[in-house]
Design a protein around this ligand. Structure first.
Ligand SMILES: Nc1ncnc2c1ncn2[C@@H]1O[C@H](COP(=O)(O)OP(=O)(O)OP(=O)(O)O)[C@@H](O)[C@H]1O
Length: 652
């Protein structure tokens, strides 16, 4: 028999002729098995007649008009297994799978119609007895052809396989290590429906693949009933994953663990046969199996019917109704290339089931898919990564261009050395940029610290100046009650503007009233100052020592700050002076000083600048004491007891 591949609707041919992604109908081949020995023994008549290679005539046993069914190919009982293999065009499907398409071959029909025989040949005659090569089914023939084809391809081909069955609506791994346990069917966007934790075995050669097939067949559930001595009680799916190396960018993300390589696959599905329980005589477990088989086949038929409706096809197809429809979803309604082999018995006794199969097959061949080879891993990247990759490539080009522009005539920058230099220069450039960035940050931090310190320094310098000024003023005007004047040169007997020698204290080098530098020890404006300092007409005949200094706030009765109301114990003047000198306004950036008991030296708080200021204050206080002591010691110092620095001002 000639190999098929040219009839209308042949998926392999139409894919070769047109662009992929076009609507392609599911290809259906009808096989009529020969009358079995049992059927012949019972004297049953054939109701089916093949007319030509594509048409089947059905003659009702009671008479009436024939009904014709047309399929891609119709094969009568005389056709050999090799004929069937050729007529189904499975080699073309294999070619498509090698090119990356997802291809499915599945058989369906009533129980005992020859589905398993068509796919894998007759059941083994004994334990370990191989199927004679002439009776080998589509699967063995495809395996042999594929491995032979792979050997003759220029590039190596990797084959892997999985084998599962759906028994009583449970997925079981026929290649599992140990007894098979139910596996979950999951769905995700990239893979569609898939079986979780399904074992996928790498195939070393034809022998290994045949062994794997035999192992699966022997583990598959089968039972005997009236219509079939070795009836399969499950749907079986053997999938071959075919990967061929293709030119790829070097850095590819790893595949999901357990995910087969992104390449072609060829799946063989041997459906369990539909059966009328009354006809098969199934009871108990057999009946349960039959019900499950029928239910899943019904779900499959329902999906096929919906897929025929162009309005509903793109809406909702209930593939989730059964495990079988989930796992066939892509083959029926997706991007796969699908071939169905409908198997029927010729016996007139089976005609109702045969007609049902023929209608089923007729509908199926009007279902279309949009075959599509899996996209390369590059195309499967999420858009964000693709964009990033493009940006990096652009940046790479730009940097290379910049490096080329740097010194195109540089000696030795050609060939391999040039490439090496470019790589290194690029690395160096990156390092320099990072270093620059780091230094820029450091510099900015140092600048802020410097600005801060400079500001603080300015404030402190100003405060020190103010303190000095106040100290000088205090020294000149605060003689203390009944005490010697602060400076001997301020006394009427020895005015400060007298000719030198000056004392060593600082205040003696500036005019105490106007702060003008003394010229040769005398203030040029001395005449104007003296009446203010020693005003004979002091208000209220207040002794000079009791008068408030000119900078003091007006004294109000009851005011705690009124000097007249203060206690004038030992050192009170120092206290007042210190208070005036270290008031809030003196250290604007520091918190206010705590109010301590009398005689308690003011406690300064704040930062380092404040501590320095305190030291300066102490130094100034010491200067004041020294100068006062000098004033008191005009009479010889031996006259009175030695006083400490805090006792320089005489008691009131
Ligand atoms: N074309 C054929 N030539 C010779 N014998 C065949 C042919 N087809 C089927 N048979 C025989 O018919 C019997 C039933 O075939 P098979 O087991 O393949 O049917 P089935 O459709 O798979 O049934 P089930 O659905 O119950 O598993 C087997 O003994 C098988 O050897």
């Amino acid at each position: 028999m000639e190999e098929r591949g040219s009839p209308d609707g042949d998926p392999a041919r139409s894919l070769e002729q047109g662009p992929q992604g076009q609507e392609t109908p599911i290809q259906v081949v009808l096989r009529v098995r020969p009358m079995s020995t049992a059927e012949l023994r019972r004297g049953e008549q054939s109701a089916l007649h093949c007319s030509g290679t594509q048409t089947l005539q059905v003659s009702p046993p009671g008479g009436g008009p024939d009904v014709a069914f047309r399929f891609g190919a119709v094969l009568d009982g005389a056709r050999t297994q090799e004929d069937v293999f050729r007529a189904c065009g499975v080699r073309r499907l294999g070619e498509l799978a090698l090119r990356g398409f997802s291809c499915t071959v599945f058989t369906f029909g009533q129980t005992g119609s020859g589905k398993t025989y068509t796919l894998t040949g007759p059941p083994p005659q004994g334990e370990g007895a191989p199927v004679p090569p002439s009776l080998a089914g589509i699967m063995q023939r495809t395996f042999a052809w594929l491995l032979d084809r792979a050997q003759h391809l220029g590039a190596p081909v990797t084959l892997r396989a999985s084998y599962l069955e759906i028994y009583n609506e449970q997925v079981r791994d026929l290649l599992s290590v140990g007894s098979p346990r139910p596996l979950a069917v999951r769905w995700n966007k990239t893979r569609g429906f898939y079986v979780e934790q399904l074992r996928v075995v790498e195939i070393g050669g034809l022998e290994a693949l045949m062994e794997l097939l035999q192992m699966g067949l022997s583990r598959r559930r089968s039972s005997s009933h009236t219509l079939n001595q070795a009836s399969s009680r499950s749907h079986a799916l053997l999938t071959l994953y075919i990967s061929r190396p293709r030119p790829q960018p070097q850095q590819m993300p790893p595949l999901d663990p357990g995910e087969p390589p992104a390449s072609g696959k060829l799946c063989f599905v041997d459906l369990a046969g539909s059966e009328k329980v009354a006809a098969t005589g199934s009871r108990g477990e057999l009946m349960l199996e039959a019900n499950n088989i029928n239910r899943s086949l019904l779900a499959l038929g329902h999906c096929i019917s919906l897929l025929l409706d162009p309005q509903r096809k793109h809406n909702h197809i209930p593939f989730r109704d059964s495990k079988l429809t989930k796992l066939l979803a892509d083959s029926l309604g997706g991007h796969g290339v699908t071939l169905m082999v409908a198997c029927v018995s010729p016996s007139a006794r089976c005609l109702p089931e045969t007609l049902s199969t023929l209608r089923y097959a007729s509908r199926a061949q009007r279902v279309t898919t949009r075959p599509q080879a899996p996209k390369s891993p590059v195309a499967k990247q999420p858009p964000r990564l693709e964009n990033e990759m493009l940006q990096l490539q652009e940046e790479n080009c730009r940097l290379r261009f910049q490096l080329d522009q740097m010194d195109p005539k540089a000696p030795g920058l050609h060939g391999a050395r040039g490439a090496w230099a470019q790589r290194n220069l690029y690395g160096m450039l990156r390092e320099f940029m990072l270093e620059n960035e780091r230094l820029r940050k450091e510099m900015s931090q140092l600048q802020s610290s410097r600005d801060l310190a400079w500001g603080e320094q300015q404030v402190l310098a100003q405060q020190v100046q103010e303190l000095k000024g106040r100290l000088l003023s205090a020294c000149s005007i605060w003689p203390g009650p009944a005490a010697a004047p602060l400076c001997p040169y301020l006394t009427p007997a020895a005015p400060c503007h007298a000719p030198p020698p000056l004392c060593s204290c600082l205040c003696c080098h500036l005019c105490l009233l106007c702060r003008a530098p003394l010229a040769h020890g005398a203030c040029p404006r001395r005449e104007g100052h003296l009446p203010q300092v020693l005003d004979p007409k002091a208000p209220g005949d207040m002794p000079l020592s009791a008068r408030p200094p000119p900078w003091a706030p007006p004294c109000s009765p009851g005011s705690a700050k009124c000097l007249r109301e203060r206690s004038h114990g030992t050192g009170v003047q120092t206290e007042v002076l210190a208070e005036m000198l270290t008031g809030k306004e003196v250290v604007p950036s520091a918190p206010p000083l705590p109010v301590g008991p009398p005689n308690t030296p003011p406690v300064l708080r704040g930062g380092a600048g404040v501590a320095n200021l305190a030291q300066k204050l102490e130094a100034l206080r010491h200067q004041i004491s020294s100068s006062l002591r000098r004033g008191q010691s005009q009479p010889p110092p031996s006259e009175g007891p030695q006083r400490g620095p805090d006792q320089v001002l005489p008691p009131h």
